[in-house]
Structure formats: structure tokens, C-alpha cells
Design a protein around this ligand. Structure first.
Ligand code: BJW
Length: 229
């Protein structure tokens, strides 16, 4: 059976109304990533970091999956292939659409994590620096998000899946953040075909065998339909 690994980024959720990071008007044009997306920023001002993620969580809860998320569910259900979605996104729109084989390599807004004991539990709608860990009682609760300088989740499983992939598809990601950005090279080394779907050309010459340019809500359903016929 063929194996397909799909890597998604913020562009897949853009048309659900969730902001990207590096586009014009992206989140990193409004926030200092060192302040809100590093362990050092959290240690310095946990209230600011909680406010940032509380707002993102509220936006994600109010948003719904778009046609790109739904098309990837169709691919998982109908392709004569094993499909794994690896997402860098911290929203839960893939699973709300129905994707079941999914890795959140940068964590998820729906999770809380104790920075002291590592206990995990479902995040409330709003978190604050005074929230106590239900396991150890420390007031060190944080969003279960992978910040810069931290190890993304399930890398062994991701590298194993990419090493066995026949097809690697990158959707709506700028390819600027590692290790996610390096997965296409791993896939090529393993002999996989590579496809990029993005609104705009990304500056990654020679890494993709095929490039489809367009909004994810049109380009992904179009590609899935073509793949399934
Ligand atoms: C559309 C569209 C539409 C728009 N349709 N498309 C120097 C060299 C190499 C690496 C490093 C370095 N210095 C430091 C590092 C490491 C660092 C890193 O990569 N830094 C770079 C900035 C250089 N990485 C880390 O620290 C990571 N950890 C790590 O490396 O651990 C060590 C390790 C070693 C070896 C193996 C394994 C590990 C951790 C990275 C954590 C990233 N965290 C963030 C924030 C937290 C999550 C959150 O708050 O949401 O994750 S950063 C942010 O960027 C977020 C995203 O997941 C991530 C990727 O962004 P994405 O998804 O690509 O979004 P954009 O905005 O960049 O692009 C959107 C794209 O969509 C664009 O291309 C648009 O065109 C497109 N688009 N609308 C289709 N409608």
C-alpha cells in the first residue's frame, strides 16, 4: 500500500479565518516572537503569553474547518494509501474535520502542560499564570505548545513515516521553521515524490517535483479529486 505524508502549515487554516505568521499582516508582524513563543518569554511575562494564546484559542474555537481540511479527510478515507497528516498548526481544525491519523508536531491550543512536572490536561478556554497543575499543584501551567528552542513532538514517528513515504505533500507552509522545513529533503532522500501546494511560490528551488499554486480551499480539493481518479 502506498504511503502519503502531508505536512500542513498556517496557510491551510488561513481561509478559516486564522492568521498566518510570516505573511503581510501575519502574527509575527504584530507580536514579538521572542516575547510570546519562547520559554524565555514565558518565564519573563507569563501573563502576556497566556493572553496571546487565550486569544488564539478563542479564535480557533470560533473557526471551522474549510474545504482543504475536508479534502484531506476524503483523501484519508478514499485513497488506496496510508495517509498521515503532520501539522505545524496548533488549531484543531484537522481533527474537527475528521482526520484521524494526525500528529501535532508544535502542540495544540486545546492542551495545557505543567512546566514543573510535565503533566498534561485539556486546556480551559482561558488560562492564567495563577492556574494550578491538577497533578503537582504548582502554578506553572502553560499552553501545550512547542516554542522556539524546544523539541517538536513525535519527531521519531515523523522521521519514520517520512522515510517510508512514497509521496510527501507540503501544504500552506513557508518552509522557514525547522525541523519541519527539512522534512521534504528527508522525503526526497527516501525516494518519495514531492508536491507543494501554496498560495504563493516559496523560495525552495529544486525541492518539489510538482508545485500547485492557489488558495488551499481550492487547490487541495482539486488535487485530492485528481489523485483519487
Ligand atoms: C496559503 C494561504 C492559503 C497563506 N492557501 N497557502 C537556524 C537555522 C535552522 C534552524 C534554526 C536556526 N536558528 C534556530 C533554529 C531552530 C528554530 C527555527 O527553525 N528557527 C527558524 C526561524 C530559523 N526551530 C526551533 O526552535 C524548533 N525546535 C528545534 O529546532 O528543536 C531542535 C531540534 C533539532 C533537531 C531535530 C529536531 C529538533 C521549534 C520550532 C517551534 C515553532 N513554533 C511556532 C510558534 C508556536 C506555535 C504557535 O504559536 O502557533 O510554530 S513558530 C510558527 O512558525 C508556528 C508555525 O507552526 C511555524 C511554521 O509557520 P508556517 O505554518 O509555515 O506559517 P507561515 O506564516 O510562515 O507561512 C504560511 C504559508 O501559507 C505561506 O507560505 C503562505 O504563502 C501560505 N498561505 N494563505 C495556501 N489561503
Amino acid at each position: 500500500m502506498k504511503r502519503i505524508v502531508i505536512l500542513t502549515g498556517a496557510g491551510v487554516s488561513a481561509e478559516s479565518g486564522l492568521g498566518t505568521f510570516r505573511d503581510k499582516d501575519g502574527l509575527w508582524t504584530k507580536y514579538d516572537l521572542a516575547e510570546v513563543a519562547t520559554p524565555e518569554g514565558f518565564a519573563q511575562n507569563p501573563g502576556l503569553v497566556h493572553d496571546f494564546y487565550n486569544a488564539r484559542r478563542a479564535n480557533a474555537l470560533d473557526a471551522g474547518p474549510n474545504a482543504a481540511h475536508h479534502a484531506l479527510v476524503r483523501l484519508e478515507r478514499e485513497a488506496q494509501a496510508e495517509v498521515l497528516v503532520v501539522t505545524q498548526n496548533v488549531d484543531d481544525l484537522h481533527e474537527r474535520a475528521g482526520t484521524t491519523r494526525l500528529i501535532h508536531m508544535h502542540g495544540c491550543l486545546t492542551g495545557a502542560l505543567c512546566a514543573s512536572c510535565g503533566h498534561r490536561w485539556p486546556a480551559p478556554r482561558a488560562m492564567s499564570p495563577t492556574d494550578l497543575c491538577p497533578s503537582c499543584g504548582a502554578a506553572t501551567t502553560r499552553p501545550d505548545i512547542v516554542w522556539f528552542g524546544e523539541m517538536p513532538y513525535q519527531m521519531d514517528a515523523i522521521y519514520e513515516a517520512v522515510a517510508g513515504a512514497d509521496l510527501f505533500v507540503s501544504i500552506g507552509t513557508s518552509g522557514e521553521v525547522y525541523p519541519a522545513a527539512g522534512l521534504v529533503e528527508e522525503a526526497r532522500m527516501a525516494g518519495a515524490e514531492t508536491l507543494e501546494i501554496n498560495l504563493e511560490p516559496t523560495n525552495r528551488p529544486g525541492l518539489f517535483d510538482e508545485v500547485i499554486q492557489g488558495p488551499a480551499s481550492e487547490a487541495v480539493p482539486g488535487w485530492v479529486s485528481a489523485y483519487l481518479t
